[in-house]
Design a protein around this ligand. Structure first.
Ligand code: TYM
Length: 329
């Protein structure tokens, strides 16, 4: 059985990008692997969340993980900060992570541009913390969207470097869990490249049907193509990308055909798209409403998950410390 590690930052509610990037096919994933799903609350600290909302954010992601169908009996579902071993592994890995390579990471450069007043060391070492999350369980596979590809590559690099430096074959090289296809990037409905919390263009799993219909209706379109088989502009391609993940192949083909023949009616496309998104999100939304106030259940799940995660984490840390030469008196 292979080990899978998957994380989502606790910076807001789960959206379609998270769902199709990191959770897709999670039932099969859980049945076939030893899975760890966690809520990356340490990672969320780079943007200094209000202490009053930190716990609520964590609770929302935990609730939505469970509502989406993650099974706490099969998988370890835990909060990152409940597993302190991760911070020690992060420190140890940081000794072999170099300023130059960290500063060159795309996500760092982007954040440094967006928040020049807060370019903190946590932002710089974000990829080492992520590597610690993954290497801590010696993961074989990591389900991620396209935007996390570079971080995963750095995790492999840090693991290899550790192995080479200490002359061991300790860390495995974690591969992206791509569900047999390409890594996905779910676009925003505002014509932008990526659906994301900081982009403010998300369809959330917790959105009610009316909100989803409204958001889809507002998506950018135009008068339609005037030439048969023309290339779609990005904002139209985006609608088709989402249609591809939520609708049946027949539906996608139907609208592709209409596009190619210049017969597309965006009103119809949007109606279908909204209905198919709602078919995915609505059962999840209903379970969110059921679970979100069940404090006792959430507490039980998080304790159980942390116990399982700490078991694996403390073993790794013991072995890593030994490899590095730490010895008790
Ligand atoms: P985060 O919280 O930004 O996103 C969580 C997961 O959702 C995927 N994702 C997307 N996939 C496709 N299209 C999108 N528009 C989209 N938006 C988000 C992300 O690729 C990710 O898989 N650094 C991570 C959290 C993390 C982590 C880890 C992940 C920390 N440690 C260890 C895996 C393993 C992050 O910020 O993801």
């Amino acid at each position: 059985m292979e080990t899978v590690v998957s994380g989502i930052r606790s910076t807001g509610n789960l959206h379609l990008g998270n769902y199709f990037g990191a959770l897709k096919n999670f039932i099969k994933m859980q049945q076939e692997n030893n899975c760890y799903f966690f809520i990356a609350d340490y990672h969320s600290l780079t943007t200094h969340p209000d202490p009053k909302s930190l716990h609520t954010n964590v609770k929302n992601v935990l609730t939505e993980y469970l509502a989406a169908g993650l099974d706490p009996e099969t998988s370890a579902i835990y909060v990152q900060s409940d597993v302190p071993e991760v911070t020690e592994l992060y420190l140890l890995l940081n000794m072999h992570a170099y300023m130059g390579e960290l500063a060159k990471t795309s996500s760092f450069k982007e954040k440094a541009r967006k928040q020049p007043e807060n370019v903190n060391a946590g932002l710089l070492t974000y990829p080492t913390l992520m590597a610690a999350d993954i290497l801590m369980h010696n993961a074989d596979k990591v389900p991620v969207g396209k935007d996390q590809e570079q971080h995963l590559e750095m995790t492999r690099k840090f693991g290899r470097r550790f192995n080479n430096f200490y002359g061991v074959e300790y860390f495995k090289e974690p591969a992206a869990y791509n569900f047999g296809g390409e890594l996905v990037k779910i676009p925003g409905l505002d014509g932008s490249g990526k659906m994301g919390k900081s982009e403010g263009n998300c369809i959330y799993l917790a959105d009610d049907p009316k909100t989803i219909e409204k958001k889809v209706k507002r998506a950018l379109t135009d008068q339609g193509p005037s030439e048969m088989n023309s290339v779609k502009p990005d904002y139209i391609e985006n609608l088709f990308t989402i249609l591809n993940v939520v609708s049946t192949p027949d539906t996608v083909e139907f609208f592709e055909d209409k596009w190619n023949k210049c017969e597309i009616r965006y009103g119809d496309l949007k109606k279908q798209l909204a209905a198919d998104i709602i078919a995915v999100t609505n059962p999840i939304r209903e379970r969110i409403l059921d679970i979100q106030n069940d404090e006792e259940y959430l507490r039980r799940v998080s304790i159980m998950g942390a116990e399982r995660a700490r078991e694996s984490a403390s073993k790794t840390l013991r072995e890593v410390r030994e490899i590095m030469g730490f010895k008790p008196f």
